[in-house]
Design a protein around this ligand. Structure first.
Ligand SMILES: [Ca+2]
Length: 77
């Protein structure tokens, strides 16, 4: 079960990192962002859904992580 938590935390960090990196690339002008939504336009073609669902993905991951931590460590809450 601990491996699952570690995997989950790793996924959260990875997903957050991708969003952060997209913002970094567009804000610093390292990637083209003609429509100004802080998502590199070259990514939007194939991974637009990943950014459209940002709120939902982060919410689902947070919910899952909170639930798993609550089950694994019932005393910390
Ligand atoms: Ca864009």
């Amino acid at each position: 079960m601990n491996e699952f938590i570690i995997t989950l935390i790793f996924i959260v960090i990875l997903v957050s990192g991708v969003y952060f990196y997209a913002g970094y690339l567009t804000r610093t002008g390292k990637a083209e962002d003609a429509d100004g939504n802080f998502i590199p336009d070259s990514w939007e073609e194939n991974f637009g859904w990943f950014f459209s669902a940002k709120g939902l993905i982060m919410f689902a991951l947070g919910l899952l992580l909170g639930y798993v931590l609550g089950v694994q460590f019932p005393d910390i809450f």
